[in-house]
Ligand binder design. Structure first.
Ligand SMILES: Cc1ncc(COP(=O)(O)O)c(C=O)c1O
Length: 364
């Protein structure tokens, strides 16, 4: 481990480390939230076909991918920049202007915090509180009205808290003209009727708003790194000037195009996820003390009852049984009794829920 590794936020999905820790080569990963149906079959074909092209530089402007993504999102390519994962773009945002203040969700994706703290911006936190971890809209409105650089995530990772269209309209009404709201929609493709809550139609014409998106989760491409920002053309141009050239590698470009063109995969994945997350939620809700929150995307947040073993212990016991879960105790605003579980295929979900029931029963 180098020194920066011990200081940076840690995340789910570190399979190499988990395999060593638990001595299991075949761990089933519920700690990172990928679409278990992906990647689309067309991606494998495109990658195989284009492997010989690694001897060339990739298209520096990823033109074909920008065009495909713009069509998918129903916007112009001028409203779009691509990142080496959406996380690359998160690190760009605090450099766009000098913000006195940033407001960040808590709990929330920890990279916002890390990226903002690299600048001299002062951080304040927008808390979602137990037992349901939903947003307190009145408090949120007051915080948004104060302006600065504001990160929100809809649906929020790790809680799944969802801001409705009405709530979003209320927030936009009080958002000052000098503020910049980043709406992270990394998981929105899994949400039912996502078209009603995405801020993309606002972001393309309103310089107060940028929407952050990712192909990582829905198309199951975390290893290729593909994210994007949607905004008004001026803002997008300023952001583009901060990016290094060739930030999207060639294999990511061809996989992105193939993914976005696979309409059958997109429809099938949405139907699958709506059904499967509900089935997993019902299984988990039946385990005493687990207290899962109703899911909105492709993961389920659980706040374990205090008399039960804590999340690190549950992760340990489940790891020994071959299932990797996400202990959420390193999220700001959470204690050590919070877990997050990805929704996987039904056979994996059943096996994991059975093991979890056993682990929890032992601890009671
Ligand atoms: C809410 C949220 N935003 C952004 C990211 C970064 O995703 P990527 O860089 O793979 O696009 C993650 C990853 O877990 C996330 O949970």
């Amino acid at each position: 481990m180098n020194s920066s590794e011990s200081e940076r936020p840690w995340h789910g999905g570190d399979l190499n480390l988990a395999r060593i820790r638990f001595g299991h080569q075949q761990l089933i990963d519920f700690s990172a939230n990928m679409n278990p149906l992906g990647p689309p079959p067309s991606v494998w074909r495109a990658l195989t076909e284009h492997l010989p092209d690694i001897v060339h530089y990739p298209d520096p402007y990823a033109r074909e991918l920008c065009q495909a993504l713009a069509e998918h999102l129903n916007i112009s390519p001028a409203n779009l920049i691509l990142g080496n994962g959406s996380v690359e773009l998160i690190y760009l945002l605090p450099r766009l202007a000098s913000f006195k203040r940033a407001a960040l969700p808590a709990p929330g994706f920890s990279e916002y915090d890390y990226a903002v703290r690299l600048t001299s911006t002062q951080c304040t936190y927008l808390y979602q509180t137990p037992p349901d971890y939903s947003w307190d809209l009145d408090r949120l409105k007051i915080a948004v009205a104060e302006g600065g650089l504001i990160f929100l995530c809809n649906p929020n990772n790790p809680t799944g808290a969802l801001l409705s269209r009405d709530a979003l309209n209320d927030l936009l009404e009080v958002l000052p003209s000098s503020a910049l709201l980043i709406m992270d929609e990394a998981f929105i493709d899994f949400v039912d009727r996502a078209e009603e809550i995405t801020l993309i139609p606002q972001a393309i014409k309103d310089p107060r708003i940028l929407v952050l998106g990712s192909l990582t989760k829905f198309f199951s491409l975390p290893g290729l790194r593909l994210g994007y920002l949607v905004g008004s053309p001026d803002l997008i141009n300023r952001l583009a000037s901060l990016l290094p050239p060739w930030n999207i590698n060639m294999l990511a470009q061809v996989a992105g195009v193939a993914s976005l063109q696979d309409k059958e995969f997109i429809v099938r994945s949405r139907t699958f996820m709506t059904q499967t997350r509900q089935q997993l939620y019902e299984l988990l809700a039946d385990i005493p003390g687990l207290n899962p929150l109703p899911p909105t995307a492709n993961f389920i947040f659980c706040h374990l009852s205090p008399e039960l073993p804590n999340a690190p212990k549950v992760v340990e016991l489940m790891g020994q049984r071959g299932f990797l879960l996400r202990d959420c105790s390193n999220y700001r605003g959470l204690d050590d009794h919070c877990l997050r579980l990805a929704v996987r295929r039904q056979e994996d979900n059943l096996a994991m829920a059975a093991a979890l029931r056993e682990v929890m029963a032992r601890g009671m």
